[in-house]
Design a protein around this ligand. Structure first.
Ligand code: SF4
Ligand code: SF4
Length: 372
C-alpha cells in the first residue's frame, strides 16, 4: 500500500509550524528527499505558470519551499513548465504570477523552448501511438510534480496526472506539429465542432479564446479551419448560449491522459519522480483559462507521495467528502453536500484517468494517509 502524507490547510495555532508553508517544510522533511535525488542532480520542479488572469496557481512561496528542500540535500532544482503561448510571453505570465528566479530561489525555464516545439517523440500506447515529450522533462533525471488541484473543461478533474499528461508534452513538435503534442489527446475522440446558428448571440468570445486563432466570423457566420482545431473545447466552454458543441469520446480522452502520463514517466528511472498535490483555491477551471473563478471547495491542504495513482485517489477522496462553497459555481449549479462536485460541474467521467493509470501500472489506488 502506498503512503500519502498530508497536511491540513487549517491553521489552529498562532505558530509558523501550523502555517501552510511551515507544514510543507515538515512534509518535505518527513518525506526525505534524499531517498529520491542525488547530490548535485538536476531536478525539475514541474508546475503550471497559469495565464494572464488565472492567478490561482501553486503559490511561489510553496515552490520556494520545495526548491529550498531540494537545495538542502544539495540537489540542483529549477522550476519549469511547457509553453502554452509564445515562450517569452509565457515567462512574463509566470513573472506576473510571482514565479521568477528571485521568488522561487532557482532558475525558471521553459521545458520545451521559446517556441514550444523543443520536444522528443516517445512511443506511447494503445490510444496515442507516440507523443512529443518536452525535451527538458525528457532529459532531466529527477522531477517533483507540483500540481494545483482544480476542475477542468475536458478532464473534469485536474491534478498530477493531468499536470504531466498535458503539461509534460509540447503543444507542438517541430516536425509533426500539434497532432503529436497535446492535440493528440484532445483529438482522440475525433469530435468536430458544431455551430448552432439559432443560439448564437454573436458575442465573439469563442473567437477571442481560441488558442490557435482558427475561429473567424464572416458576415456573422461562424467559420473555423477544422484541420487546425486541436479540440481543446475552450470555445464551447466560454459560449454563453450553448451555440457550440464538440461531441467526443470522454472515456478515450481520459484513457489517453493516463497513457500520456505513462509515456512522460517512462523517460525517468524508477523512483525519480515525486508528487505534491495542492488542494488550495480549488476553482472550476484549468489554470490555462484567461480567468480564475472563486473556489468551489474550501482549501483542504497539501499531499505528497511517490505514487501518482495513490495521491490522485487520496485527493479525489478528500474532495468527495468536502461540501460545496456558497457564492461559487457550486451554488449556481445547485450542488449540495454529498454530491460529486467536479462531476456535477463538468459532467465528465474524470475517475477513469485514475483507474486507467492504475491499469497501466503507474501506481495503486489503495493508500495509507499519514497526517502530520
Ligand atoms: S476547440 Fe475551439 S478553441 Fe479549441 S482549437 Fe478548436 S476552435 Fe479553437
Ligand atoms: S461564443 Fe457562442 S454565442 Fe458567442 S459568438 Fe461564439 S458561438 Fe456565438
Amino acid at each position: 500500500m502506498s503512503k500519502v502524507y498530508f497536511a491540513s490547510a487549517r491553521a489552529m495555532k498562532w505558530k509558523y509550524d501550523d502555517s501552510m508553508p511551515g507544514k510543507l517544510e515538515r512534509l518535505l522533511k518527513e518525506f526525505n528527499l534524499s531517498n529520491y535525488f542525488e547530490p548535485k542532480e538536476w531536478v525539475a520542479v514541474k508546475t503550471h505558470f497559469g495565464s494572464e488572469g488565472a492567478h490561482r496557481i501553486v503559490r511561489p512561496i510553496f515552490l520556494r519551499k520545495v526548491v529550498d528542500a531540494l537545495k538542502s540535500i544539495t540537489a540542483k532544482p529549477f522550476v519549469t513548465d511547457t509553453v502554452r503561448i509564445k515562450g517569452l510571453d509565457y515567462l512574463e505570465v509566470a513573472n506576473q504570477n510571482g514565479i521568477n528566479h528571485l521568488s522561487v530561489g532557482a532558475p525558471v525555464i521553459l521545458a520545451d523552448g521559446l517556441y514550444g516545439n523543443d520536444s522528443i517523440i516517445v512511443k506511447a500506447g494503445e490510444i496515442i501511438s507516440e507523443i512529443a515529450v518536452a525535451s527538458v522533462i525528457h532529459d532531466v533525471p529527477g522531477m517533483v510534480v507540483c500540481s494545483h488541484v482544480k476542475g477542468h473543461i475536458q478532464a473534469g478533474y485536474a491534478g498530477a496526472i493531468k499536470n504531466i499528461a498535458m503539461g509534460g508534452v509540447s503543444s507542438k513538435h517541430r516536425e509533426c506539429g500539434w497532432k503529436c503534442g497535446r492535440g493528440a489527446m484532445h483529438t482522440v475522440g475525433e469530435g468536430k465542432l458544431i455551430w448552432h446558428k439559432e443560439r448564437c448571440e454573436l458575442c465573439y468570445q469563442c473567437e477571442e479564446i481560441c488558442p490557435l486563432e482558427t475561429i473567424k466570423f464572416e458576415n456573422e457566420l461562424f467559420a473555423y479551419k477544422e484541420e487546425d482545431c486541436w479540440r481543446c473545447g475552450r470555445c464551447t466552454r466560454v459560449c454563453p448560449s450553448g451555440a457550440l458543441s464538440l461531441p467526443g469520446d470522454d472515456e478515450r480522452f481520459m484513457r489517453s491522459l493516463a497513457e500520456s502520463a505513462m509515456t512522460v514517466l517512462s523517460t525517468f528511472k524508477k523512483g525519480k519522480v515525486i508528487y505534491i498535490n495542492f488542494l488550495t483555491e480549488i476553482q472550476p477551471e484549468c489554470d490555462c483559462m484567461p480567468m480564475a473563478d472563486v473556489p468551489v471547495i474550501q482549501d483542504q491542504g497539501i499531499l505528497i507521495s511517490d505514487d501518482i495513482v495513490a495521491i490522485e485517489q487520496a485527493s479525489v477522496d478528500m474532495l468527495l467528502k468536502a461540501p460545496p462553497l456558497p457564492q461559487s459555481a457550486s451554488e449556481e449549479k445547485n450542488i449540495v453536500k454529498g454530491d460529486d462536485i467536479f462531476s456535477k460541474l463538468s459532467e465528465k467521467p474524470y475517475l477513469i484517468q485514475i483507474e486507467e493509470s492504475e491499469r497501466l501500472g503507474l501506481g495503486r489506488r489503495e493508500y495509507e494517509l499519514i497526517e502530520i
